[in-house]
Design a protein around this ligand. Structure first.
Ligand SMILES: C[S@@+](CC[C@H](N)C(=O)[O-])C[C@H]1O[C@@H](n2cnc3c(N)ncnc32)[C@H](O)[C@@H]1O
Length: 366
């Protein structure tokens, strides 16, 4: 379990509000013999699902979650998790993400997964796209099909798949929204990326700054923590001929899949790349020791968008534990985030390499 699990929100008003129409019988939870309940972008947030659903209801849930920390906590709560669901369901639950393009794809997918007679039930925080989400579902299905309730600064909205409703559904829009999530070339075709990933449609300025300051004599086995679609590793491989292998650790499977596609065609047989769908805060693979580690650690909590020095701190501690003595950590962070004291605790030497554009690049030697 993550070293940060004590920090993960025990309160999750979005998840609580999602289940409100079920609690007040506006939406009927299907009987066990009616089939499974699909939960897209599922999370259980510190046992909220076990508290709010009966054992038999939880047995019906099939959770789709590509973000490893959330997938781990769902599994820890005894829920079934899949990376990609298929089929039709009598009830589909969805927590649309903040990225509108990704949310639209999920609304379209959620509707495709909803069986005739079934319900698609969605919830978002008011400050994370709830109004847009409801209006998008209305565009897709017609405003009269969509119902909503507000509570705890969140909006839950839903629609039932009534018989003969298909004619009212905007099929062109449905196809357009499904296509939004298809990987797209960015950075003049150098990488494939997709909506919802960190800085998905560009090279992030902080990552570019770190890349510019990486020394060309990095050598041996490296790791990239929070590797995204693979930009920093690509830069290392391009600049550092003595690197023999890179392990990419990334929590978001939708990013890691693209890192594979972005990097594998460009490496020769002398460079070993390995890709791990992994929550870095739980530690790296125990048997691996690294000559160097690079990272632009996450600086926001994935949901609250609050600064997340705690996650960045966990990345630093984990990096220190997996570097061999003499190995180096190359890190970029927002200038105001406090990393230095922690780095001094875990590393022999800590050097501020540059401060630019509100970011700092730090090199630390174990
Ligand atoms: C600031 S982004 C950097 C992405 C990429 N390295 C780049 O430079 O463009 C941080 C990355 O860490 C990933 N991440 C967030 N929490 C994580 C965790 N607990 N374990 C592993 N990766 C995580 C995010 O999905 C994101 O891709």
């Amino acid at each position: 379990m993550s070293a940060l699990s004590h920090l993960q929100a025990k309160e999750d008003p979005v998840l609580e509000t999602l289940l409100l129409p079920v609690a007040n019988a506006a939406v009927t939870w299907p009987a066990p013999d009616q089939g499974e309940v699909l939960f897209l972008r599922a999370r259980s947030s510190g046992h909220i699902l076990p508290q709010q659903l009966t054992y038999s209801q939880r047995q019906q849930l099939l959770c789709e979650q590509s973000f490893k920390p959330d997938a781990l906590s769902l599994e820890a709560d005894g829920l079934r998790v899949t990376a990609a669901a298929s089929g039709r369901f009598p009830l589909v639950l969805l927590l649309p993400p903040r990225s509108r393009a990704e949310a639209r794809t999920l609304l379209a997918r959620g509707w495709q997964h909803t069986a005739e007679g079934g319900v698609l039930l969605c919830c978002q925080a008011n400050n994370a796209g709830a109004r847009s989400g409801e209006s998008d579902l209305s565009k897709l299905l017609g405003a009269e099909a969509v119902h909503s309730l507000s509570k705890q600064k969140c909006r839950v909205y839903w629609a039932q798949h009534r018989p003969h409703m298909s004619a009212a559904v905007d099929q062109d829009l449905l196809q357009d929204w499904l296509a939004l999530d298809v990987p797209q070339p960015i950075a003049e075709g150098r990488f494939l990326s997709r909506p919802g990933l960190f800085a998905w449609d560009r090279i992030d300025a902080a990552s570019a700054l770190l890349a510019r300051h990486l020394p060309s004599d990095l050598a041996g086995q490296g790791a990239d923590l929070g590797a995204g679609f693979g930009y920093l590793t690509a830069e290392v491989l391009q600049r550092c001929p003595a690197v023999t292998g890179m392990d990419l650790y990334e929590a978001e499977a939708r990013g890691l899949d693209l890192a594979r596609q972005n990097l594998l065609p460009h490496v020769g047989t002398s460079t070993a790349l390995a890709f791990f769908w992994h929550d870095v805060t739980t530690g790296l693979l125990a048997e691996r020791r690294y000559d160097f580690i690079i990272s632009n650690p996450p600086f926001h909590h994935s949901r609250s968008r609050a600064d997340a020095p705690d996650i960045g701190h966990a990345f630093v501690v984990v990096a220190a534990a997996s570097l061999r003595t003499g190995g180096s950590l190359w890190l970029v962070a927002n200038q105001h985030l406090p990393y230095e004291a922690l780095l001094h605790q875990h590393f022999r030497q800590v050097q501020a390499v540059c401060v630019e554009q509100g970011f700092k690049v730090i090199a630390a030697v174990k």
